[in-house]
Ligand binder design. Structure first.
Ligand code: CUA
Length: 337
C-alpha cells in the first residue's frame, strides 16, 4: 500500500501545482477585463466574497478531515469506544454539516436578490443572435436606441437588462460585473448590474450555442453618468454623412451590394433588421462581436472573410468585391461614428 501511495501522490501533487499555477497565470490575462477575480461591480463583489468564504471553508474542512485521517491511521490506530464512534458519526456526520451548510444558506440566499433588484430608471433590452448581440436602450419616453455587440452602462447606477434570444439558448455574462443569466427564446429573463468602477470589461456568451459560440463576445463600457448620457444622446442620432471621396463611394457600394436589406444605418435607406445595426459601428470597441478591431483593415477583413472568421455566420463572405470596392466600403463603415 505504501509504495502505491507514494508513486501516485507524486505526479498528482505536481499536476495540481501545475494547474494552480496555470489558473493564476490565466487570471492575470487582460488585466482582469474578463475575470471574476477582478470584481468591478456590486454583484461581482458579492459573488467574489461568497467564493472566498466557500474556498476558505472548504480548505479548513479539508485540513480537518485530513488531520482526522492521520489521527486514526497513524497516531491512534486502535479501536475506539462505541460511544466515541457514535458521537463522531452523529456530531461530525449530521450536526456539523447541518449547522455549516445551514449557515452558508442563510448567508447566501439574500445575495440572490441583488441581481434581481429593480433598475434605477434605465433598461437595456439585449437579444442573443447567431452569434452576436442586439442591444436596445429604452429611453424614459419608451422609445429605443438600437446598437449592437457593445453595452454601455453608467457607473453607480443599477441598470436593468431584459434578456431574450432569437433561435437557441445563450447566456449573458460579464464576469467582472456580475453573474450569468440564461437567454431563452420566447422567454424574457432579467438581470441587473451595478458597475462601481469606470472601465471596459469583456463579456462572453456562456452557454454553448453553436459553431461560433466562442466567437460571441462583447465589450461592456462603464462610464460616469454624465459621459454616459452624452454618449446615449449621440448614439440616438442618425448616421454621419460619409466624409471624403472614398467613403462616399463606399456608401454607393453598400447600396449596390444590398447591405441595407440586412443592416440598418439610420438616416439612410438601409433599414434591414437581420444583422447588427451599423449606424455608429465605427465608434464601437470591436467588430464581429468582439473578434476584430474597428480600423479600416478590420472592416475589409471581416466583409471579405465572414465565413472563415465566424463559422456558420449568416452573412456570406463578400469575396467577389474588388480591392478598391472593399477599401471604399471599409472607409464608409469606419466613418460611421
Ligand atoms: Cu451564444 Cu454561446
Amino acid at each position: 500500500m505504501g509504495p502505491v501511495l507514494t508513486c501516485r501522490t507524486g505526479p498528482v501533487a505536481v499536476r495540481t501545482l501545475a494547474v494552480l499555477t496555470g489558473v493564476l497565470l490565466l487570471s492575470a490575462c487582460n488585466e482582469g477585463r474578463q475575470s471574476v477575480l477582478n470584481p468591478s461591480g456590486r454583484d461581482a463583489q458579492l459573488l467574489f466574497d461568497l467564493a472566498k468564504i466557500m474556498f476558505v471553508g472548504a480548505l479548513l474542512l479539508w485540513l480537518l478531515v485530513g488531520a482526522l485521517f492521520v489521527y486514526v491511521t497513524r497516531v491512534n490506530p486502535y479501536e475506539m469506544s462505541r460511544r466515541l464512534a457514535e458521537g463522531l458519526i452523529v456530531g461530525g456526520g449530521v450536526l456539523f454539516p447541518v449547522v455549516l451548510l445551514g449557515g452558508l444558506l442563510v448567508y447566501s440566499l439574500p445575495l440572490m436578490q441583488a441581481p434581481r433588484d429593480a433598475d434605477s430608471g434605465m433598461r437595456v433590452h439585449i437579444t442573443a443572435e447567431q452569434w452576436w448581440w442586439r442591444v436596445d436602450y429604452e429611453l424614459p419616453d419608451g422609445s429605443r436606441v438600437t446598437s449592437a455587440n457593445e453595452l454601455r452602462l453608467p457607473v453607480g447606477r443599477r441598470t436593468g437588462l431584459v434578456l431574450n434570444a432569437h433561435k437557441v439558448i445563450h447566456a449573458f455574462w460579464v464576469p467582472a460585473l456580475g453573474g450569468k443569466a440564461d437567454m431563452i427564446p420566447g422567454r424574457e429573463t432579467y438581470l441587473s448590474l451595478l458597475p462601481e468602477a469606470v472601465g471596459t470589461y469583456r463579456g462572453q456568451c456562456a452557454e454553448f450555442c453553436g459553431a461560433s459560440h466562442a466567437l460571441m463576445a462583447f465589450e461592456t463600457v462603464a462610464m460616469q453618468p454624465d459621459a454616459f448620457n452624452a454618449w446615449l444622446t449621440a448614439e440616438a442620432q442618425d448616421a454621419a454623412l460619409p466624409q471624403g471621396e472614398q467613403a462616399t463611394r463606399g456608401a454607393q457600394v453598400f447600396a449596390r451590394e444590398g447591405c441595407g436589406s440586412c443592416h440598418t444605418v439610420r438616416g439612410t435607406p438601409a433599414v434591414g433588421r437581420v444583422g447588427p445595426d451599423l449606424t455608429h459601428v465605427g465608434s464601437r470597441k470591436s467588430l464581429g462581436a468582439g473578434i476584430l478591431g474597428v480600423e479600416a483593415p478590420d472592416f475589409a477583413n471581416w466583409i471579405a472573410h465572414t465565413e472563415t472568421l465566424k463559422p456558420e455566420v449568416a452573412m456570406p463572405s463578400y469575396d467577389h468585391l474588388s480591392r478598391d470596392d472593399l477599401q471604399a466600403l471599409a472607409a464608409y463603415l469606419g466613418g460611421l461614428r
